[in-house]
Design a protein around this ligand. Structure first.
Ligand SMILES: [Zn+2]
Length: 121
């Protein structure tokens, strides 16, 4: 155990994030098991302070942890995505052409029948 002089603003410093995370996880498991402190263990987290880390509950500390940057797809990924969209468009256009062909064939049959009827056959 460190003495009071080793503490930073009365808080235990940890010199690696891994060590602080391990201690934090242990504190959470104790709090969960014993029920001591209600549900405030949910806000326990590790935060950076200078060249070391602390475990704390202050909500303002959470701002120190930056959110992971939104991943922008690579050019290759975007090109493959575009290819899939274009293939889908091509398929829809082929189906449209097929349906137009069927409409034309239907009209041709109807006109042929009308011509036969006109000449009395
Ligand atoms: Zn500190």
């Amino acid at each position: 155990m460190k003495n009071a002089a080793d503490k930073c603003n009365g808080k235990e410093p940890y010199f690696t994030q891994a060590e602080a995370e391990a201690v934090c996880a242990n504190l959470k498991s104790i709090a969960k098991r014993t029920g001591q402190g209600g549900r405030s263990w949910r806000r326990l987290h590790v935060y950076a302070c200078g060249n070391h880390f602390h475990i704390g509950r202050s909500n303002s500390h959470a701002l120190l942890k930056p959110l992971p940057a939104k991943k922008i797809p690579t050019t290759g990924e975007l090109r493959r995505k575009l290819k899939r969209v274009e293939a889908a468009i091509d398929g829809a256009q082929r189906h449209r052409a097929f349906l137009l062909g069927q409409i034309i064939e239907r009209d041709r049959q109807r006109d042929y029948q009308a011509a036969l009827d006109a000449i009395g056959r």
